[in-house]
Design a protein. Structure first.
Length: 398
């Protein structure tokens, strides 16, 4: 049995409720019966739903596009880049719509359909819009997505359009869109599918469950990941505690949340001892984490504190350098993903991560999500125009 519980006042709601926040203002958490955790069998099923007992034990008809089961990859050039021998990459760009968002969306859309939702909605920098559009289409439910007019990569926007979402371009940023869509959800006009939705967090937990399973339940010393709206930070901490409570692991890895310097309110709060969240006007090339007022702040603080984790910011130059490394190593990822490698390298340099430690970096989105960024970062490798064999021969000889 699962319930929705408020971590602030302790209020409990039925799991079938479509609420995402408590009357006291705190975002709700999904809490599963401990007995379910003791009966886990991860050899049945695949992807996200392999972990049904830890995600949604009561799930019946699920809306799935075969998400999850993404690879854990090793690259010697990238290990050298970071200064670590034991460094792997969990590549979430291999999900159906090209980002980790699909993990949370399969669970949250399944729950929304079960609850009789009529219209699904989200604010997005692009990846959430693409994912919601695909899963809403699979569920045969209408959806509306709000995305910044000037800060949404065309690849992501085109996905939402192609899957049939009612697409609204905002003359503001993600944070403005989040305010609008939360207000519509609070009025009962839409069902919110951003990571404020507690069922999104349940799906995103499976990134960590897969990392642990792929490592034979031997936790790495560190899990390093990009941080924007902080849903993954919340999910990863929750996953680690549930895995330990289920007897699957006997120690917790440390979490390292990496923000872009131009969108780093969480990193700034960490430096101040998590006194409060002070929203910022976000600006960074890493559009997927261009968020100035992260919704899951309180949840993420709990995760960092519980795992003795760290939060840091890296500038766009460091993200671009990491992206060049990831791309030329053959893995490929969108800019925000590469903040994880930039962050890992910084933490090794400053001694926070010891060179003999084991670490997993999460790559959150596919290379083709942001074609403009690819061309900008790899400008030195721009296409060369030739008109005949002589010119081609000269080029090959140069």
């Amino acid at each position: 049995m699962s319930v929705l519980r408020c971590p602030g006042c302790g209020a409990e709601l039925d799991a079938d409720s479509t609420a995402y926040a408590c009357a006291c203002g705190e975002l709700l958490d999904v809490e599963h019966d401990a007995a379910e955790l003791s009966r886990v069998n991860f050899e049945k099923g695949s992807g996200v739903w392999r972990f049904r007992a830890l995600v949604d034990p009561a799930a019946r008809e699920v809306v799935s596009l075969a998400e999850g089961d993404t690879p854990l990859l090793y690259s010697e050039p990238l290990a050298r880049f970071a200064g670590l021998d034991d460094l792997s990459f969990k590549h979430e760009g291999r999900n159906p719509t090209g980002s980790f968002k699909d993990r949370g969306m399969t669970v949250a859309v399944s729950r929304a359909k079960l609850a009789g939702a009529k219209l699904l909605a989200c604010a997005s920098t692009g990846n959430t819009a693409a994912s919601l559009a695909a899963y809403a289409a699979a569920a045969e439910l209408p959806c509306v997505v709000l995305a910044p007019e000037k800060a949404t990569a065309l690849g992501k926007l085109s996905q939402a359009i192609a899957h049939g979402a009612r697409t609204v371009l905002l003359r503001g940023d993600f944070d403005a869109g989040m305010k609008l869509v939360r207000a519509a959800a609070d009025e009962g006009r839409v069902t919110l599918l951003n990571s404020a939705n507690p069922w999104r967090i349940e799906g995103q937990k499976t990134i960590v469950f897969e990392i642990l399973r792929e490592r034979g339940w031997d936790p790495p010393d560190w899990i390093v990941f990009p941080a924007g709206n902080l849903g993954n930070c919340a999910a990863f901490g929750k996953a680690l505690h549930e895995a330990r409570d289920a007897g699957l692991i006997d120690r917790l890895p440390r979490l390292a949340a990496v923000q872009a310097a131009g969108a780093a309110p969480f990193a700034a709060a960490f430096e101040r001892g998590f006194d409060e969240l002070r929203p910022v006007q976000a600006e960074t090339m890493a559009t997927a984490i261009r968020i100035g007022a992260p919704v899951s702040y309180a949840r993420a603080v709990r995760s960092i504190r519980a795992t003795n984790g760290v939060v840091l910011a890296v500038d766009d130059e460091a993200i671009a350098a990491a992206k060049r490394a990831v791309d030329t190593a053959g893995l490929g990822a969108e800019p925000a993903s590469c903040a994880s490698l930039a962050g890992a390298a910084r933490l090794v340099t400053d001694g926070t991560i010891e060179r003999g430690a084991s670490a997993v970096c999460v790559l959150t989105g596919h290379l083709l999500k942001d074609a403009d960024a690819n061309l900008a970062v790899h400008a030195e490798n721009a296409p060369i125009a030739v008109t005949g064999a002589d010119e081609l021969s000269a080029m090959l000889s140069s």
